[in-house]
Design a protein around this ligand. Sequence first.
Ligand SMILES: Cc1cc2nc3c(=O)[nH]c(=O)nc-3n(C[C@H](O)[C@H](O)[C@H](O)COP(=O)(O)OP(=O)(O)OC[C@H]3O[C@@H](n4cnc5c(N)ncnc54)[C@H](O)[C@@H]3O)c2cc1C
Length: 512
Amino acid sequence: MCKHCISPRNTEPYTALEATDTTENLVDVVIVGAGLSGIGAACHLQDKCPGKRYVIIEGREAMGGTWDLFRYPGIRSDSDMHTLGYNFKPWRESKAIADGPAILKYIRETAFEHGVAKHIRYQQQLFMAEWSSGDALWALKVRDTQSGDITTVRCNMLLMCSGYYSYEEAYVPDFPGRDRFKGDIVEPQFWPEDLDYRNKKVVIIGSGATAVTLVPDMAKDAGHVVMLQRSPSYVISQPDEDVIANTLRKFLPQKVAYAITRWKNVTVQQWIYRQARKRPERVKRVLLRWVRDELGPGYDVERHFTPAYNPWEQRLCLAPNSDLFAAIRSGKASVVTDEIDTFTENGIRLTSGQQVDADIIVTATGLKLIVLGDVEFIVDGERIDFSKTITYKGVMTSDVPNLVSTFGYINASWTLRADLIAEFSCRLINHMDATGYRQCTPRLCEDDKSMVTLPYIVGFSSGYIQRVMDELPKQGDRQPWLNPQNYRRDKKMFRKGAIDDGALVFSSPATD
Ligand SMILES: Cc1cc2nc3c(=O)[nH]c(=O)nc-3n(C[C@H](O)[C@H](O)[C@H](O)COP(=O)(O)OP(=O)(O)OC[C@H]3O[C@@H](n4cnc5c(N)ncnc54)[C@H](O)[C@@H]3O)c2cc1C
């Protein structure tokens, strides 16, 4: 690791903002977002950096992020809650694959138990963040979504826990003839509370996690549900309860049982992921055999459940307790694999000429990804174009000081990484306190500037990731400019890796 830049050391230890500074808009740390990541980050901060003054800025009127926003029928995780839950708070429910309300309850419970709920400022949308090296502070422009009033909140460290997609807009392709359709067109992200689909013909466009969740749930009440997909995803079945976890909980303290289950699940998931990468053909054969076993010899698995890509090049979809397959077997749901030619008055015409009738069309076509909460970032007067930057460990950005952003795993549970990033942020803050520095900036040395660059995430072909890849920072070909998306490596890197590694450059304002 090069030590190319030794910055002037401020010998006065920087502890916290002056105790005499009573303004509520000047704090040590701002966390943006009161979702799973933001609430977790606040708990870690309180625990590991006691005394830091912080606020959580949340654009919506409630906490929970994803798990408050999405309200479509059957909304649930597709990860087990022993790894989607926080490392410090055991998941105590019997269902490991949990529904949205149970996850929201867990997040809220965490926020109240740890006393972080009172730090949340609701309906405050951050739209601009300006860093000044002169005073080592971020000036955050925040809009009150009710009144439209704009205030400025200042902080030394900014933790972006703003998720990865737009809360305003979903991704919906421009379907020809959309206006001709006489029924309801519904987006899962904005589910109408009063939508009555009992005995109706429903077509769900999509083949991702949302479609796979919606189909069996809607099939319970709808007349018939068609899952209309252009191309299939891998779907695996798994019980929604984890027998081992539930047995351990009976005999061991909750924390011990949770830790063992977490370890088991991480180990199994990583093993499956590694197998999928090393022996894709073999894993593919097994996955497809399971689908054949579910749907029987007469079913066209080749057409409807055999993706063109290898397992784990995109997230696998989960059918808890085989619910999707059961719905198909019962005749209440079916899968159509074809391209949409046009919407018609009564449904959708496919390029094959087939007409699929519908009373309701659900566009489960994905999320619209955005970069860092759609905030405009300015550093010492210069606007940051993140696509021209290099990521530092997948959490900070070259030449952008005191900014840590949380992006979880796409090949494992989000929170496994969110926890590690929060722990890293705390180590960083404590290191700066101990050494008296107020600014930390990832900087490329001359050698690093000529390294080969790769996309922020490699080896993942999902459309929703690809659509935003050009706007994300790049990664390099060496530490610490990598974004490994690997829990074991990240654990070592974030927990044990040197903070003062030469690439993170520490400094303080000259006036200090
Ligand atoms: C339907 C669905 C199911 C999912 N299931 C799984 C799963 O099973 N396993 C898994 O690992 N992942 C899953 N994910 C990914 C999921 O989003 C993460 O697991 C996790 O919930 C992300 O938490 P977060 O706090 O980082 O982001 P979010 O939940 O998106 O929360 C971000 C918060 O930040 C706020 N915010 C954003 N920008 C600003 C701003 N500029 N100013 C103020 N506030 C702002 C938002 O209002 C929101 O409250 C799923 C995602 C979806 C959409």
